[in-house]
Write a protein that binds this ligand. Sequence first.
Ligand code: ADP
Length: 467
Amino acid sequence: WHEEVDLLVIGSGFAGQSVAVNANREGLGKVLVLEKMQVIGGNSAINGGWFAVPKNPVQLAQGINDDSPAELVKDQMIAARGMGNEQMLTKIANEALNAYNMCLDAGVKFKKDFNIQVGGHNKARAVRVEHGTGGDIVTKLYEAGVREGVDYRLQYKVEDFIMNGNEIEGVVVRRGYRFPDESTGELINIRANKGVVLATGGFTRNMELRAAVDPSLDPSLDCTNHLGATGEATLTAMAHGALPVHMNMIQTGHWGSPDEGGFGWSNALLSIGWHKGIAVNPTTGTRIMDERADRLTCSTAIMACRHKDGSPAYPLVFFNKNDHLGDARVTRAVRDEMAWEMDSLEQMADKFNVPLAQLKATVKQWNDYVAKSEDPDFNRKMDTAVKLKAPFVVSRVWPKVHYCMGGLKTDIDGRVVNARTMKPIKSLYAAGEVIGGVHGHARLSSCACLEGLAMGFILPKSIKADA
Ligand code: ADP
C-alpha cells in the first residue's frame, strides 16, 4: 500500500462532496476524495443548480404549506412509471431540508425569493443557486471540506479495486492522470479501512457503453455532461460482482438547443419558455405537448417532430418578448444566437418555414385556452400561462443526452449489492448518479442535486453501522 485512509470517496460532484464532508463530521476518520479530472465537480459543477426542497423557507413564505417529502416522492413515482424505488426516494426526500441547510451553512447563496414548479412536479419546490450552476454548491462544499480536514486529490483516477473475497480493501489509482490519456500517471495502491464510496456519476459520454445498452440513442445526439462521464468505475464494480440495473434508462434533457453545444444557456431560457410559452412542431404549426410535463414526456414529443426524410424538425418554443425585457437569460441567448426576436408570426413562419395559417390558428386557440384557464389538448397546468402576443422570443429545441437512471444496485442505505448473492459487497458504497434503479424511467428535474447531497446524510450512517 502506498497510502492508507479510513474512507475513500471517488468523485467530487454533489454526491462525493456531501458524503466526504458529512463522513468527516461524523468522525469516520481520515477521508480522502479522489477526482480523476483536473477540476472538481463533474456534472454537478456544470448543471443548472436546481434543487428540490419540500418545505423550504421560500416555499413556505409563498404560502405553500401542503408540500412534504411524501408529496415529492408521489411525483417521482409517477415519472418513474412503475420502475422507481419508493423506499429509497423517501429516504432521500426526508433529507432534503438537511441537505439544503448544509448548503446554507457552507455559504451557498440561492436566488432570492425564488422557488418554482419545474417539470413533472405538482408543486413549486425547486430553489436555484445564485449563479444558476451547481458549481456554486460544489465549490462551497469543497471549501468547507478543506477547512474541516477532508483531503482532496485531483488527477487521481481509480483504475481497479483491490478485493479480498467479497470485501473491498482499497483501490488501484492512476496518480497524475491526464484525461483522456489512459497511459498518463503512475499506478499506486490506496487502502481504505472503513470503506470505498463510488460517487463517480454516469456514463453518457461512454459511446460504446451507451450504444450497447440503448442503441436507440442516436450517436450524433449532443450531450449535456462533462467529458469525464465515462462510467469506468461502474464497469469495474460490475467486474467485481456488483449488480447493474436499468442500464438502458438514459434520460435526454428536453431543454437542449441545437444552436449551442453542451449544457448551454437554453436550460435557463426555457425555464421561461415552458411556463410562459408554447412548443410548436415547425412542419405542422401545431402544439406538441404539455410544456410542463416531465422530461421523458417532453423529449418523446420533441423527438417525434421529423421532416419527411426522418431528419429532426426542431420544435419552436416561443414566448412574449415584452414580458421579459431586460431579463439576462433572454439577452444572452439572443446575443449568442440560440434564440431570436421575432416581430410577428409572419416573420417567424418565414424564418422557420412553418405553415402560417396553422401557426396563427394555434396561437389563437392557445389564447382562448388561457382565457378559460384550461388546456383540453394536453391538460397542462395553466397557472403560469399567459396569452401570446407579438413580438416573440423564439428558440429551437432538441433533446441532449443528460442522465443515467441506471447504474449499480444498492440497498436503500447505499451499500452496493453483489449480483450473485444479492447481499452487499462488504465496504463498497455508492451515492448519486452512479446508483441505478432509484428514479425508474424518468428522473425529475432538480432531483439529482437532492439525491447527491442527501446521500451525505445517509451513507455515513451506513458506514458507521458496518464498521
Ligand atoms: P454526482 O452528481 O453523482 O455527484 P458527478 O458527475 O457530478 O456525479 O461527479 C462524479 C465525479 O466522479 C466526476 O467529477 C468524475 O470525474 C469523477 N470520476 C468518475 N470516475 C472516476 C474515477 N474512475 N476515478 C476518479 N474520479 C472519477
